[in-house]
Each structure stands twice: as C-alpha cells, then as structure tokens.
Design a protein around this ligand. Sequence first.
Ligand code: HPA
Length: 280
Amino acid sequence: MGAMWERLLACKEEIRKRTGFVPATAVVLGSGLGDFGDLVKTEAAVPYGELPGFPSSTVAGHRGRFLFGYVGKEPVAVMQGRVHYYEGYPMEEVVLPLRALGLLGCRRVLLTNAAGGIGTEKGDLAPGDLMLLLDHIASLVPSPLRGQNEEKLGPRFPDMSAVYSPRLRALAKEAAGRLEIPLKEGVYLQAPGPQYETPAEIRAFAALGANAVGMSTACEAIAARHMGMEVLGISCITNLAAGLQKAPLSHEEVKKTAAEASRRFCALLEGVLLALGEEE
Ligand code: HPA
C-alpha cells in the first residue's frame, strides 16, 4: 500500500494547507443527515473536490465536503457525504477520507447510515427507528485492509472482537435517555449494493444474525479500528428490508424517512458530542 500511504499524506497536507484545525472526533453523515452541519460551529469547510485524487460521491443527498469545527467543546471533523463501494471505488478508496481524518488527529469516529430493518429478537425494527450498532457482518464485501499492510496505520491482522466501543455505546445510550430518544440495538450487515436485496437474501441475512442491512459503514469501522480509533455506529431504519414490507423499496422512501428522523438523529449525535466535549 505504499501508493495509498503517499496519497493519504498528500490529502492530509492539502487539508492542512486550508486549516490548522485539529479534530478529535470524526462524524460520517449518512443519507439525509446533511443538516447536522448546521449544529457545528464551523471554522473551515473543505470540499472533497479540492483534494487531488480524492474520491467524490456521485449519489444524490450526499454533499461531499469536510466541515471542521466545534460541537460544544468537542473539536470535530464532519464528513458531509461519503463514497460507497457500489459507486465503483475499491474499498481502499472508500475509506481514504476517514483515514485522512485519523491522520489529522481524530481518535474516534461516529458512523451513521440509513438501513433497512430486518428485525431483532427483542421486537421489530420500524421505519424511523434509530439503532445502535452492537456489531457488524462485513464478510460479503471486500476488506478495506486487503493488500499490502501499511504498518504506520495498523497491524496486518487487527482484532475485530469489539468494533463498536462499549464506552461510546454507553455514552450514546445515556444521551438518548437524557433526550428521551428511543434507541434500539442490533447487528448491521453491509451488503455490496447498489441494488436493494431480494427477500431470499434478507431471510439469509436474518439467519446469519443481521438485524439491519445497508451499503456502507462496516468497511469504515474496520479501517477505523485498524488505526486504533474508537467507533460508534448508529443506523436510521428507513424502511423494512425486502420482503418485509408490501411496497417496493426506493431511494425516495429512504431519503424521506431519513429526513423525517433527521431532527432526532441530529439531536442524538449532538448529545454524544456534547458529552465527549465534557470529558477532556
Ligand atoms: N437495504 C440496503 N441498504 C439500505 C436499505 C435497505 O433496505 N435501506 C437503506 N439503505
């Protein structure tokens, strides 16, 4: 991965030319969550397009820039828009922006996404629910760590037995309780996309232990853990997974439900960041 390391350093330097801001927590915004940027006291914005060789998102609803600033006392770097594997980028490129934020100083990342609800043992997941990620299944997509390992980022065979930080999960549950925002919990499965799943695939994923399915996040969580970052993941359940609802799945429905849940989702993220800001 020599070439990737060079690219990462070049990205870091390009960002550094634009701002000296040192973030502690990265926030990756999923579909429909772009408004979270309004809650950030922004000190600098860097469009991905200004960074040479940077992958840029082609999906409607994903803006494509970094915001650097504060939520309360917490210095954050927000990714307004991410790139996805289904857009054609190799996994190594999909996780490049997040790795760049790791090199800029982020020790933690809050990953968000829109996902289809498969259901949990405790009760069904309904559209509009927020779900804390307990774990993920990423075996159906390539690993972002495939290829020569860059030891400067992390070890060849990183442990994945606790990807989603119990400490950050506890913090998120506390914030949700304080804000009276219901928060479900479950296992997220990353599917390759871009097509939604078939009902047979969803039955298979349920048998594998998945509670929700989406097209992002797990690869980013792997890259973040590789670098030793603490990870929190939250899904907005925007629809019931294929075969569990009568209507066909559509990106319109996903965007609409995400937009409806956006205020709650933003308030929860803000609550977590405010709590983190008080820690240090
Ligand atoms: N499947 C995959 N990705 C998704 C879904 C889904 O049902 N809903 C939102 N993102």
